[in-house]
Design a protein around this ligand. Structure first.
Ligand SMILES: [Zn+2]
Length: 315
């Protein structure tokens, strides 16, 4: 299947290793099943078919060269036969060397032609594969459905496949055998199914929330606020406190939810700020310390940070 803009995605060299075709019904597939579900014949790998065809093409040309040489030997005057034979043999050897050098190029050329010619058939094949995944999902075989969708996802880079995966993942328990990288599932625009799944993952394992995941939540915070409420955003801002790099990258986002951060995490933020006096924390530093003074003025855990606040206020 092509991307929405009609181009084939990801690493093409790797992608086409997976593409198979049933020579009987001309159906393409990217699923692992070795047998065509329509006519029960074995699939052939497309890259092997194309390689065979490239070798066959070059071999046919070599036969023509040999035939020409043979004809030359037969019809040449006797004195010139040896020259003709020697010339023909030399040409034949050179031809074999040159063609083996260009075999790879010929393979890629034929692969490109085949994919262009059969693009609609490939798209139809992937649609058929997607329908098999949907059928498995409807029958409650969620892990099998997800596996099929992952195989399609390796070949096709589109939001449509990601959303289909998210539908299945939202039905599976997070601690199932299936634990995909969250980052791989990030769609190109706001999608509730992704947010829902990401929040499920967050409850189980915050470490799986990468910079790109936090950036997604920060970018679509208004939509998320409407659909999932403020608590979900507070938990993401809290997650961003895990690393100094994330705090710097998402300082504005963290500031928005500073007020609602749990005490231990606010303490951690203060310690991070105190331990890195040379870093420019922007307004996050002042706002954090002022909040601490307002909310935790009687809490001895925070007292050591008040000296920093006085320095900021006098600056
Ligand atoms: Zn078939």
């Amino acid at each position: 299947m092509a991307k929405r803009d009609g181009t084939l995605a990801k690493n093409e060299k790797y992608q086409f290793q997976k593409l198979k075709m049933c020579k009987n019904c001309q159906r393409y597939s990217v699923l692992k099943d070795p047998i065509c579900p329509v006519c029960r014949k074995h699939y052939k790998l497309v890259h092997q078919l194309v390689r065979k065809s490239a070798v066959k093409h070059l071999f046919t040309e070599a036969i023509w060269v040999l035939t020409g040489t043979g004809m030359g030997v037969i019809f040449a005057p006797t004195t010139q036969t040896m020259y003709c034979l020697a010339g023909g043999t030399l040409f034949y050897i050179s031809y074999i060397i040159v063609t083996s050098i260009f075999l790879k190029g010929e393979y890629h050329y034929q692969l490109k032609i085949r994919l262009r010619k059969d693009l609609r058939k490939i798209q139809a094949g992937i649609r058929f594969d997607s329908n098999l995944a949907k059928e498995a999902e409807r029958e409650g075989q969620l892990e099998a459905a997800y596996e099929k969708l992952c195989e399609i996802d390796d070949f096709v880079y589109s939001d449509e496949v990601k959303i289909m995966q998210l539908i299945v993942l939202n039905k599976l328990p997070v601690r199932s055998r299936v634990e995909p990288e969250l980052e791989r599932l990030i769609p190109s625009s706001y999608d509730k199914k992704f947010v829902n799944y990401a929040l499920k993952v967050l409850k189980q394992n915050r470490a799986r929330f990468t910079k790109r995941c936090i950036a997604y939540f920060s970018c679509y915070r208004e939509n998320i606020m409407m659909d999932f409420g403020g608590d979900s955003l507070i938990s993401i801002a809290d997650t961003a406190l895990r690393m100094k790099l994330y705090i710097l990258e998402f300082s504005g986002f963290i500031e928005e939810f500073l007020e609602y951060l749990p005490k231990e995490h606010l303490l951690r933020l203060c310690s991070m700020v105190e331990a890195n006096p040379n870093i420019d924390w922007g307004s996050l530093k002042g706002n954090t310390l002022r909040l601490v003074e307002r909310k935790y003025s009687s809490d001895s855990d925070f007292h050591r940070f008040f000296a920093h606040l006085r320095v900021i206020d006098h600056a």
